[in-house]
Design a protein around this ligand. Structure first.
Ligand SMILES: [Zn+2]
Length: 96
């Protein structure tokens, strides 16, 4: 989905929550499958730091469960981003 990039590049990555490009060093690598070592035919997800913080403050289930609920890997990336954004914004609004 990100073209024919090769593994091992260290260019900017896209935050799965807000869609911003962030330097890979500043992003938190997130693998919804929980397997960081199998890199074949898969794409890693990344969260920028603000979104990572927001996700960590999810009051109910963990981030992984939330991603599954949102249809990660099953719906289009655009749809997923929209759902993710809604979920994280709602969580923040309700946390006050
Ligand atoms: Zn973000």
């Amino acid at each position: 989905m990100w073209g024919s990039r090769r593994d091992g590049d260290d260019g900017p990555v896209t935050c799965i929550a807000c869609g911003d490009e962030v330097p890979r060093d500043d992003a938190r690598e997130y693998d919804k499958h929980g397997n960081r070592w199998e890199r074949t035919d898969k794409q890693f997800e990344y969260l920028c730091k603000p979104c990572d913080r927001a996700c960590c403050h999810q009051p109910r289930k963990g981030l992984e469960s939330m991603l599954v609920d949102l249809g990660a890997g099953e719906v289009s990336r655009e749809e997923f981003l929209a759902r993710f954004h809604d979920a994280t914004v709602e969580a923040q609004e309700h946390s006050d």
